[in-house]
Design a protein around this ligand. Structure first.
Ligand SMILES: Cc1cc2nc3c(=O)[nH]c(=O)nc-3n(C[C@H](O)[C@H](O)[C@H](O)COP(=O)(O)OP(=O)(O)OC[C@H]3O[C@@H](n4cnc5c(N)ncnc54)[C@H](O)[C@@H]3O)c2cc1C
Length: 327
């Protein structure tokens, strides 16, 4: 998570816990496949000078911190059920859950990810396009050699990197041409990822040694979509990946989702009533910023797929300038 995501977490009052459990760093490295460090750069602090540039964190740890904070603030959390259907009138939304219960709400927020059920229940057609890349990921213990993200842009894969997620853990990845890997057994997945990783050295030698458990390997494809405004239909609104998703080439997806939530909360708290003006104010605040992140994240991957030497520095500079602004 980059600084602009951390800014939202600080606003939510969970920054101290995130800082204590995640792994913060302020530089990024570029390495050659043989492990040689080519460049070390100060990373942009998009959340301002008093927040780190990046915090790596195990996703379930962040989910627990956020769920605890929501419960402490009075939210009622219900697990093991989902929305089956809903109907709405001018004053509220009646939601039927899969456990058979029905409740009425002033507002329904679909923050249910890239394949949002809420979005499909609204009848919104949104084509989620594969970008052409697939990513192998492993979650394992952190060797001393990994203290920040280093990226490798050459060799057998398009992008290779790693990110410490706590003192004792990291996540590492290799990006290739997307292909159907569904038929591989877990053991074969481990074998394929280890074979690709064998092209990379330096800290990757330590990471590869730790890649022994097939259960820690994940393969998924990069995708993208962007919903035109408005992001609501009546009193049901979509945020985060449900409304926009991008390949993680710039690693801004979680920040965009967190910023959506914060902006929606701001707009709702400032509004006298829940009407289309409030929803329009929300999307007006979010759309251009999200559009820039989605378009440039796709562009960065496309240059690699096409073998084009694009102006990466200018692209990154543009995105960092946009996301450094208050959301
Ligand atoms: C390979 C990869 C790497 C990434 N790396 C980064 C990165 O380094 N940094 C970054 O900022 N972003 C990254 N992203 C993007 C980031 O993961 C997403 O943008 C972010 O998680 C979106 O948050 P969200 O809350 O909108 O959706 P999600 O995180 O997908 O959360 C949706 C939630 O809704 C739940 N849900 C789904 N359907 C239902 C249902 N029907 N009923 C009830 N619950 C439901 C899901 O279980 C989930 O908990 C990456 C994405 C990918 C694919």
């Amino acid at each position: 998570m980059q600084g602009n995501a951390l800014r939202v977490l600080r606003q939510l009052g969970v920054w101290d816990e995130v800082a204590a459990t995640g792994y913060a760093f302020n530089t990024v490295g570029l390495r050659a496949p043989d492990g040689a460090l080519l460049v070390e750069m100060e990373d942009v602090r998009t959340g301002g000078p008093d927040l780190p540039a990046t915090v790596g964190m195990y996703r379930p740890t962040l989910a627990r911190i956020l769920a605890d904070a929501a419960a402490a603030a009075g939210a009622k959390l219900r697990y093991a059920t989902t929305v089956r259907s809903f109907s709405q009138d001018a004053d509220g939304v009646d939601v039927t859950f899969s456990d058979g219960t029905v409740s009425r709400y002033d507002l329904v927020i679909g923050a249910d990810g890239v394949r949002s059920r809420v979005r499909s229940l609204l009848g919104i057609e949104l084509e989620t396009r594969p970008t052409g890349m697939g990513i192998w990921r492993v979650f394992t213990s952190r060797p001393d050699s990994v203290t920040r993200t280093d990226l490798y842009y050459h060799g057998a894969c398009y992008i290779v990197g790693y990110c410490p997620t706590a003192d004792d853990s990291l996540y590492a990845y290799l990006v290739e041409d997307v292909q159907d890997r569904t038929r591989l057994t877990p053991a074969q997945r481990l074998e394929v990822m280890r074979a690709l990783a064998a092209h990379y050295h330096g800290p990757w030698d330590d990471i590869r040694d730790r890649m022994t458990d097939p259960g820690t390997i994940n393969y998924t494809r990069f995708e993208s979509h962007l919903l035109q405004p408005p992001w609501n239909r009546g009193r049901v609104v979509l945020i985060g990946d449900a409304a926009h998703t991008c390949p993680p080439t710039i690693a801004q997806g979680a920040a965009m989702a967190l910023e959506d939530a914060a902006a929606l909360a701001d707009v709702l708290l400032a509004a006298d009533r829940l009407d289309q003006d409030a929803f329009d104010a929300f999307t007006a605040r979010r759309y251009d910023r999200v559009k820039t992140v989605v378009a440039e994240s796709v562009q960065l991957g496309q240059w690699m797929l096409d073998g084009v030497e694009g102006n990466v520095a200018a692209l990154m500079g543009k995105v960092m300038a946009v996301v450094s602004q208050p959301a």
